[in-house]
Structure formats: structure tokens, C-alpha cells
Design a protein around this ligand. Structure first.
Ligand code: ATP
Length: 365
């Protein structure tokens, strides 16, 4: 199974919609998933992610639009004819069956021979690091082990596509983070085209080749984790991926400004003034005690006062009230020797931002 019998296949979603009465759960969504790609559908609750995944799986019929695997239209095929593996949020394992019987189930449905079934079950249990667990009862397994068994059952028949609906949401934080990396490694070994749904942005950033962000049933942006983080298309995405504050900018004769001070950016075209916001990521801001001689003349300097300093173990979070009236956060890595020399609550400070880190985003309409 390290060399999949079926090569990875691309998926093409075109003008796909799903309406429930007047509710547009998914509206006119089009995008391509590359062969072998790990794509995550990300968005807030109710944004249409699960509905989209269920249409790909075949459990929900689109109102209109097309879903193709390679060049084959699958919209009219029932789920079992799509050759898609699926991991559900609650795992949907059969509690009365052993681990081995659960994993063998899709192979039995496909009428595979006994020797092949035994061999594949053994192999896939090794892949999910539960070798030797065939005879255990599902009820005797921990949450993390159940998750692995659900994954094993989804991939045992070498499906063309693997779908996962919030696969890790039932696990605690630490196990979730370990499993994110394990599933990603398994994906890389098997090379299977994978589509996963989550509302956890960190999980999406950790696991995906690309992330498709949804808002109100529509595709808001599809991009690699780094592009999404560095170049979010608008304020909604910037706020949803990572932490950020937004400063309202005004247009002056010399360009954009915040509180009368110039903003310098490295990137190209800017949205119309009045709608422009400066996105500030806490880890990109620099913080220095205000120079008594006055502020530097250059751009991207924000005078203000420290409200609180929060110790977070690996970092320190400074809440700063800017003279322009907005509150922003700056994060510094914790380098123990610096602690006492850093500004304290009440201190006058200047925050600054490299030109390369100054990103303008559009306010939503
Ligand atoms: P969550 O993260 O909470 O699961 P989601 O992004 O997966 O959210 P969906 O479950 O796809 O969102 O739901 C999208 C919208 O469609 C929601 O407003 C939901 O209430 C509605 N919806 C989903 N399924 C049905 C249904 N069978 N009948 C009516 N409305 C539905």
C-alpha cells in the first residue's frame, strides 16, 4: 500500500450549490483539488463545509453543479460507487465488532477473499501504529485509538479519495496535535488525494497543502497555508487565520496614514481609501521604550502606552493602547535574560513594523 494500486486523482468542483429551501448552505463554489493534494475546508460553524463534503461523498445531492474525479462526473453515483474513503467526526465504528472486523468491513462489502482481507487488515493496522489490535473490542479503545481505527477502515480498500469530517475534534489538545502530524505523514506515504473539514485554523495550517476558506456558503479564498497567513484576501480571512489587529487607514497626499503617521508597505495595489485596514500580526510588531527625544520620522511607527504584559511561557504578550485610539497586541519570544529590561505596564512605547510586514487588507463591505 506504500505504492497505491490506484494513482492519486484530481477533483474538480464546478459551480456547486446546495440549497435547503431558501437557505443557501453552499453557493456557486468552484475549485480544483490536485492529485495527491491535502486540502482542508475551513470556516466558521454553518459556513457550508460539511454540506460540501457530504456532496463529494455522495450523501447529499447538489441543487446544481458538478463534481468530477479525474474526468468522471460523479454527482449521479451513489456513495458506494464513488470509491471514496470517509472518516466521520464520531468515527462511526461498529461497537459490537472487533477492531479487525471493523476494518475488514469495507473489504467484505467489496467481496475480497479471506487471505487478502487478513493481509490488508494487518498491514493497515501497522500503518496506524496499532499492529496486533485485530481482536480487541472497539469499546476497549481510547479516543485516539478509535480515531486510528476509523482512519484504517477508511483507507483499507485503497480509495481514490479520502474525506475526513472534523476527524480530530473528539480528542484532547495534545493528542490532536500529535495526530495532525501523524495523519499528514500517513498522507505523504500513501499519496492519496485528501479533503478534510475543520473549523480549527491551526489544524488546517499544520496539515494542509492548501486551505479553502468558506464564509456563508461561499469560497472566500483558497491558498497555501503561508499565502493565506501572509496575504489574506480580506479582513474576514485575516481575522480567521492567526491573530491580528486592524488599524483604519486614511488617504493623504503622500499615501496611506494611521493617526497622521505614514504607512509604508512593500506590496502592490491598495484598495480604495476609506476601506483600507492595516493588518498587524502580534509576532511581527517590534516594541521599544519611547525615545524621549521624539518619535522616528519614518513610517510604520505607532506610539502608545502598555496596558498589560501577559506572561505566556514561551512568549510575552503586550497589550498596547495606541495614541491613535486603537488597542493592539505585540508578542515577543521569551528570552529569559531580557525579561527585566522589557517595558512594563504603564510604560510609553513605540511599536514598529517592517515595511515587508505591513499588509493592507480590505474591510468587508
Ligand atoms: P459546522 O462546523 O458547525 O459543522 P459547517 O460549516 O459544516 O458547520 P454545514 O453543516 O455545512 O456547515 O451547514 C451549512 C448551513 O446549512 C447551516 O446553516 C445549516 O444549518 C444548514 N443545513 C445543513 N444541513 C441541513 C439540512 N439537512 N437541512 C436544512 N439545513 C441544513
Amino acid at each position: 500500500m506504500n505504492q497505491p494500486a490506484t494513482p492519486a486523482l484530481p477533483v474538480r468542483i464546478q459551480q456547486l450549490s446546495k440549497h435547503f429551501g431558501s437557505l443557501r448552505a453552499v453557493e456557486d463554489v468552484s475549485f480544483d483539488i490536485r492529485a495527491g493534494e491535502f486540502l482542508t475546508l475551513l470556516g466558521p460553524s454553518g459556513s457550508g463545509k460539511t454540506t460540501l463534503l457530504m456532496m463529494i461523498a455522495g450523501f447529499s445531492r447538489p441543487t446544481r453543479g458538478s463534481i468530477r474525479i479525474a474526468d468522471q462526473e460523479i454527482v449521479h453515483l451513489p456513495p458506494h460507487k464513488r470509491n471514496i474513503g470517509m472518516v466521520f467526526q464520531n468515527y462511526a465504528l461498529f461497537p459490537h465488532m472487533s477492531v479487525g472486523e471493523n476494518i475488514a468491513y469495507p473489504l467484505r462489502l467489496r467481496k475480497r477473499g479471506r487471505a487478502e482481507i487478513e493481509e490488508r487488515v494487518r498491514h493497515v493496522l501497522d500503518l496506524v501504529q496499532l499492529g496486533g489490535y485485530q481482536d480487541r473490542k472497539v469499546s476497549q479503545l481510547s479516543g485516539g485509538q478509535r480515531q486510528r481505527i476509523a482512519l484504517a477502515r477508511a483507507i483499507v480498500f485503497e480509495p481514490r479519495i479520502l474525506l475526513m469530517d472534523e476527524p480530530l475534534s473528539a480528542l484532547d489538545k495534545q493528542l490532536r496535535e500529535t495526530m495532525q502530524i501523524e495523519i499528514r505523514k500517513l498522507h505523504d506515504r500513501l499519496g492519496m488525494t485528501t479533503i478534510s473539514v475543520t473549523h480549527d485554523q491551526r489544524e488546517a495550517l499544520t496539515m494542509s497543502d492548501r486551505i479553502a476558506v468558506f464564509s456563508h456558503g461561499r469560497l472566500a479564498q483558497i491558498a497555501s497555508p503561508t499565502d493565506l497567513y501572509e496575504k489574506p484576501a480580506n479582513r474576514f480571512i485575516a481575522a480567521f487565520i492567526g491573530e491580528s489587529a486592524f488599524l483604519p487607514l486614511t488617504a493623504t497626499d503622500h499615501g496611506l496614514a494611521y493617526a497622521g503617521r505614514p504607512i509604508e508597505t512593500a506590496d502592490g495595489p491598495r484598495p480604495a481609501a476609506g476601506k483600507a485596514l492595516l493588518m498587524l500580526r502580534p509576532e511581527r510588531l517590534k516594541i521599544a521604550e519611547a525615545d524621549p527625544a521624539g518619535l522616528p520620522e519614518g513610517g510604520n511607527a505607532f506610539p502608545g502606552q502598555v496596558v498589560t504584559v501577559v506572561f505566556q511561557g514561551d512568549s510575552l504578550l503586550f497589550e498596547v493602547r495606541l495614541d491613535g485610539g486603537d488597542t493592539v497586541f505585540a508578542r515577543l519570544p521569551n528570552r529569559a535574560e531580557d525579561l527585566r529590561r522589557l517595558p512594563q505596564a504603564g510604560a510609553r512605547v513605540t511599536l514598529s513594523l517592517d515595511r515587508a510586514d505591513a499588509r493592507i487588507v480590505q474591510a468587508e463591505d
